[in-house]
Design a protein around this ligand. Structure first.
Ligand code: F6P
Length: 369
């Protein structure tokens, strides 16, 4: 662990988020400035597991040229996957069934064989849990928190969240006029998995009249009452933002696809349900718009881009300081480092006593609770 670093690898895992390329660029440039060689692993760890799939062998040298002009680009130049968790890797058996295997030792063997001294793993809860497992097995690892969902613990925020919010807010701004012109109820479903950060933040910023989040199981009669009360005041349209993971008080989450070996369940569909029930209960025309993967695209906002660049450079400084098994985090005072073990497998939900939720209530927004 205390040997000087000569070669590092970078990988991006889980769903993509605006800012990934900025981390890659900053980490690569900061590492090269220290005389280290930098390698990029394709598609999470697939570049290691399936070298035959890649023209460059799955893990290739990142040069200054390869990271030039990428900080403002969405996605990840390394590619990513949310299906290749090495700790629970789906292996197809000869009889067609799929079995889960732990392939993490292959990663350590690869690092030893290629004389790679450390890994910068950029990802969300899944990737950071993997990073923690690899660190516990002796690999020198620094994690960088990424997700549009903002549901990671121990960091003030994750990059990708601000960009997703900015886009969702712009969509809400645009929906006000069409909803008002047609006197409709417009339901906007946003991503966020089991946390309501995007729905809450974009919903308040975008002037939604009702916001439904997983942290507050909802009663649609309360939302219908809000629509009727607006109607009585002459406000003939209503905007409702619903997080994909929100669920009714007496019901369950809406799942678009069940979990498979190596892949979590896929959420989605609650927006259509909310629109249908509100139409039935209020007699008003209702429409649903699902923002879905649009929230993951586009150029990172200045905030996300800068956080990502700071995270990438801070990850390299941490490795230089011989740190491992930690995640770069954003605190009020600047970047800091927290043990991966304190982040792995934990989820940060919207606090019910937080001032943002309270702001929504003070503005008269209905939360369906
Ligand atoms: O974690 C990011 C995220 O976009 C979630 O908000 C969403 O539930 C999920 O990923 C969607 O994953 P997929 O890309 O597999 O559809």
């Amino acid at each position: 662990m205390s040997d000087p670093i000569r070669r590092i690898a970078i990988c991006t895992g889980g769903g993509d988020a605006p800012g990934l390329n900025a981390v890659i660029r900053a980490a690569a440039i900061a590492a090269m400035a220290r005389g280290w060689e930098v390698y990029g692993i394709h598609d999470g760890f697939n570049g290691i597991f399936f070298p035959e799939r890649y023209a460059d062998g799955g893990v290739s040298r990142l040069t200054r040229e390869k990271v030039r002009g990428i900080a403002h680009l969405g996605g990840t130049v390394l590619g990513t996957t949310n299906k290749g968790n090495p700790l629970h890797f789906p292996l197809k058996m000869p009889d067609g069934t799929v079995r889960e295997v732990d392939r993490s030792d292959e990663i350590l063997e690869f690092f030893a064989k290629r004389e790679l001294d450390a890994l910068i793993s950029i990802g969300g809860d899944g990737s950071l849990t993997i990073a923690n497992a690899l660190a516990m097995k002796g690999l020198r690892v620094v994690g960088v928190p990424k997700t549009i969902d903002n549901d990671l613990d121990k960091t003030f925020t994750t990059f990708g969240f601000d960009t997703a919010n900015a886009f969702a807010t712009e969509c809400l701004d645009r929906l006000h006029s069409t909803a008002e012109s047609h006197q409709r109820v417009m339901v906007v479903e946003v991503m966020g998995r089991y946390a309501g950060w995007i729905a809450l933040h974009a919903g308040i910023a975008g002037g939604a009249h009702a916001i439904l989040i997983p942290e507050l199981p909802f009663d649609l009669e309360k939302v219908a009452a809000k629509v009727r009360s607006r109607e009585r005041q002459g406000r003939l349209y209503t905007l409702v933002v619903v997080a994909e993971g929100a669920n009714p008080k007496d019901g369950v989450r809406t799942v678009a696809a069940a979990a498979e070996v190596g892949h979590q369940e896929r959420l989605g569909g609650i927006g259509e349900h909310v629109a249908k029930v509100l139409q039935e209960r209020t007699g008003k025309d209702a429409r649903c718009v699902v923002l879905g993967h649009l929230l993951r695209g586009g150029s990172p906002t200045t905030f996300d881009r800068l956080s990502a660049l700071r995270f990438g450079a801070a990850a390299v400084r941490a490795l230089e300081d011989k740190q491992s098994g930690i995640m770069v985090a954003l605190a009020n005072t600047g970047v800091n480092y927290v043990p991966l073990a304190e982040v792995a497998g934990r989820m940060r939900c919207v606090p019910l006593d937080g001032d943002t939720l309270q702001t929504g209530r003070d503005l008269g927004i209905c939360f369906g609770d």
